[in-house]
Design a protein around this ligand. Structure first.
Ligand code: CO8
Length: 260
């Protein structure tokens, strides 16, 4: 299962590219998250790597978010292990000292949006069919406080309050207007734009940029670390409820019906 993410490092520029390639929809399963964290750790510890561009190898979809099957009909031990892996991914990505750019070439709901929000900069492909946002409320579940914090730190409190309560999935133009994405480009310009943004960020001395990044993000990272075990217990308790299991199963049914 060690092939859900393609990683390439250009040692001359110091820029790595990660391409999510886990069909059909790049959902974040436990296997996917484990591979993601290992890849992130390798790049973080590689002195030849200073920046990371994250994109998708699946047409029309960046990531469909957490794999709903990991949250459905499993043991409490499994839920705990899964949630620790979700936390680990966010801790590594939000706390990364690399320059991180999300090159969002498709829809990016919930956990997919969290990955994009955890980067330093977001570029999204101009396509009226693509949407992005934290839509948890629409599934009858609640985005955890650190998803919320990451969202608020990107778009501000008022925009986050409305978007989270309504579980909005924003079309690209709207996502740009509210600051959820920084830039919108045609598909064929995405790679070039991501490379240009990385070059701009890498032009500064690493230590100054890294300390500044840490200063901006430390409070939110520390807050999660201080409540990590409690957050796992909360997740396990919440997701194990009959009513929540029922909501998730109805949501999965709805996804399947929508096809036919
Ligand atoms: N997990 C598992 N399976 C999924 C997921 C997912 N997140 N998303 C899609 N699938 C499955 C579909 O059920 C379908 O399966 P099958 O082929 O067996 O019917 C297959 O993937 C393909 O999906 P679609 O046919 O829907 O493909 P489309 O190209 O039409 O649409 C989308 C792609 C837009 C990604 C669409 O599938 C979609 O909207 N998916 C749901 C996305 C979503 O709502 N994700 C939220 C997950 S929850 C989360 O990330 C954070 C939870 C925080 C925890 C809260 C604490 C309790």
């Amino acid at each position: 299962s060690n092939n859900k993410i393609l990683v390439e490092l250009d040692t001359s520029s110091g820029v790595a590219t990660m391409k999510f390639k886990s069909p059909p929809v790049n959902s974040l399963s436990l296997d996917f998250l484990t591979e993601f964290c290992i890849s992130l750790e390798k790049l973080e510890n590689d002195r030849a790597c200073r920046a990371l561009i994250i994109t998708s190898a699946i047409p029309r979809i960046f990531s469909s978010g957490l794999d709903i099957m990991e949250m459905f009909g499993k043991s409490t031990e499994h839920y705990a292990e899964f949630w620790r892996a979700v936390q680990e991914m966010w801790l590594r990505l939000y706390g990364s000292s690399m320059v991180t750019v999300a090159a969002i070439n498709g829809s990016s709901p919930a956990g997919g949006c969290l990955i994009a929000l955890s980067c330093d900069y977001r570029i999204m492909v101009e396509n009226p069919k693509y949407v992005i946002g934290l839509n948890e409320a629409q599934l009858g579940i609640v985005a955890p406080f650190w998803f919320k914090d990451t969202f608020v730190n990107t778009v501000g409190h008022r925009v986050a309050e409305r978007s989270l309560q309504l579980g909005l999935l924003h079309p690209v133009t709207e996502a740009h207007q509210i600051g959820l994405v920084d830039e919108v480009v045609p598909e064929e310009k995405l790679q070039e734009k991501a490379a240009a943004v990385v070059a701009q960020w890498l032009a500064l001395p690493d230590h100054a940029r890294q300390l500044t990044k840490s200063m901006m993000r430390k409070a939110v990272l520390d807050h999660m670390l201080a409540h990590r075990e409690e957050d796992i217990q909360n997740f396990v308790k919440f997701i194990s409820k009959d009513s929540i299991q029922k909501s998730l199963s109805m949501y999965m049914e709805m996804l399947k019906k929508k096809k036919s």
